[in-house]
Design a protein around this ligand. Structure first.
Ligand code: NAP
Ligand code: MG
Length: 462
């Protein structure tokens, strides 16, 4: 993927208003692999105008035709899946196999799901003597992070386009290349000019200009809670809807009746995959005191084995941040049983797969999102204690429960204050609503619930 020296606005690649550029770095070898323009408020404004101008036409386009464009988009992503995987590996650093199986495959599934939903969704319903129309909310400002760079773009752009909205996207500065590839794919799919627009740039400049733009109807943001809070406040002041997909500190609750080895091994793999840069990762493993030492040993062994397969974290800044948390864990008295703060390689932003035992529920490493390959194993006394610990953070994005039988796991999961729970290792479902309780966010992505976020209702009475 060769970087474009421009913004994709109104159906064409146009020169940026300013001269500044962002260097894209491969975190595995620290080499510069490309340059993209750093957009300004002026670029954002041009893109928002294009999206506004395209809105009436796209909103009036029959859902079947919008579905056809989304199906074409899915087909382009399929045709370019190897290039997608290579691009994500180059700018995010994830191992190529993971890029193929997750970073390329999941967006294809999600784009496909919205091609089907756009065609099948009831955009009109009868309620008594009323007809309720589900209309597009308008121009969407989408701001995305780098950890699942294409998935997070598609999880916003696909439902927005399915709903009849137009979009301006500001992707993460660390992973702009796959965003440019996505803009090419939208173009190839025959989506009309102005319906999707891309402005690359820095968060506090281009991102903030987009979030504050008066002609944006909905801001959909995925990233840190700190920035999300600010975007929510800005939207609140303007009386605008906002969708926030924020952090997590999810609990993996292993009940005494569970298959311990399986639960621990899947739990470690869950935290280490994508180098721990997954908002829904089960970064706290909760184990009954009688099985605790066995679980710690299993986890340390699994993490050591994972070490050869792990990619770097995205940037030097993230590497420093994660190392800081590991040092803090040691300083607060947790017992390091695998990994540590020392970088395992001289080159690249690598962090060793790290496991802490004897973690108290209120330690920093058990409360804050680390966003690196770091697992905390916490001891519980009984089920009520496990539930208190599981629910005892500001977050509520995801979680897991393992038990000997499904009803026991389900009963526990129903008491968790969290938006998603995987039962005995249940697999990812691209149609299931994804989003947070508590400070993990506002709104839901994926499937029909994700589509509804981009719609507003109008009732006609007869
Ligand atoms: P971030 O700053 O929240 O970045 C997310 C997106 O928001 C990026 O596109 C970013 O641009 C943009 N942004 C930053 N400041 C902004 C502002 N003032 N107004 C509008 N947009 C703004 O997150 P980060 O710096 O990449 O990562 C920091 C931490 O956030 C991570 O360590 C992790 O804990 C958490 N995080 C969570 C998720 C998640 O999926 N829940 C994803 C990523 C990060 P830039 O790329 O230019 O910064
Ligand atoms: Mg940032």
């Amino acid at each position: 993927m060769k970087a474009h020296d421009g913004m994709y606005i109104d159906g064409a690649w146009r020169p940026a208003a300013g001269q500044d550029a962002i260097e894209v770095v491969n975190p595995a070898d620290e080499q510069v692999i490309g340059r993209v323009p750093a957009g300004t408020a002026e670029d954002v404004d041009t893109a928002v105008r294009a999206a506004r101008a395209a809105l009436p036409g796209w909103a009036a386009t029959p859902p079947a035709e919008r579905a056809a464009r989304l199906a074409a988009l899915r087909d382009v992503l399929v045709a370019r899946k190897d290039e997608i995987a290579e691009t994500v590996t180059a700018e995010l650093g994830s191992p190529l196999k993971f890029s193929q199986n997750v970073h390329a495959a999941v967006p294809i599934a999600v784009a496909g799901s919205y091609a089907e939903l756009a065609a099948a969704y009831a955009f009109e319903e009868k309620v008594g003597n009323s007809t309720v129309h589900h209309e597009p909310i308008g121009v969407v400002g989408a701001i995305t992070p780098w950890n699942y760079p294409l998935h997070q773009i598609v999880a916003k752009a696909a439902p927005a386009l399915a709903a009849g909205c137009t979009v301006v996207l500001k992707p993460a500065e660390d992973t702009p290349l796959v965003a440019q590839l996505f803009a090419e794919a939208v173009h190839e799919a025959g989506v009309p000019a102005g319906v999707f627009n891309l402005v690359t740039g820095l968060g506090p400049v281009a991102g903030q200009a987009l979030a504050e733009h008066p002609d944006i109807d909905l801001v959909s943001f995925t990233g840190s809670t700190a920035v999300g809070r600010q975007i929510g406040a800005t939207a609140g002041a303007a009386v605008k809807k906002v969708a926030l997909e924020l952090g997590g500190k999810s609990a993996n609750v292993i009940l005494p009746s569970a298959d311990l080895a399986k639960a621990v091994n899947v739990g470690v793999a869950n935290v280490m995959s994508n180098s721990g840069q997954t908002c829904s990762a089960w970064t706290r493993m909760l184990v009954h005191r009688e099985q605790y030492e066995e679980a710690v040993e299993l986890a340390a062994t699994a993490a050591a084995k994972y070490g050869e397969r792990i990619g770097p974290v995205v940037s030097a800044k993230q590497q420093q941040r994660v190392r800081g948390y590991i040092e803090k864990g040691v300083a607060e008295g947790a017992r390091l049983v695998a990994g540590g703060a020392e970088p395992p390689r001289a080159q690249g932003y690598f962090v060793a797969p790290t496991v802490f035992a004897d973690v108290a529920p209120d330690m920093t490493i058990a409360q804050e999102e680390i966003f690196g390959p770091v697992l905390s194993i916490i001891r519980y006394e009984d089920e009520d204690d496990a539930l208190r610990i599981a629910n005892g953070t500001a977050y509520g994005l995801a979680g897991a429960v393992w038990a000997g039988d499904q009803p026991e796991a389900v009963a526990f999961a129903r008491r968790m204050d969290t938006g998603q729970v995987d039962i005995n290792g249940g697999r990812f479902n691209p149609l299931a609503p994804f989003g947070g309780y508590k400070q993990s966010g506002v709104g839901r992505e994926l499937g029909a619930h994700g589509l509804a976020e981009y719609l507003q209702t109008k009732s006609l009475q007869f």
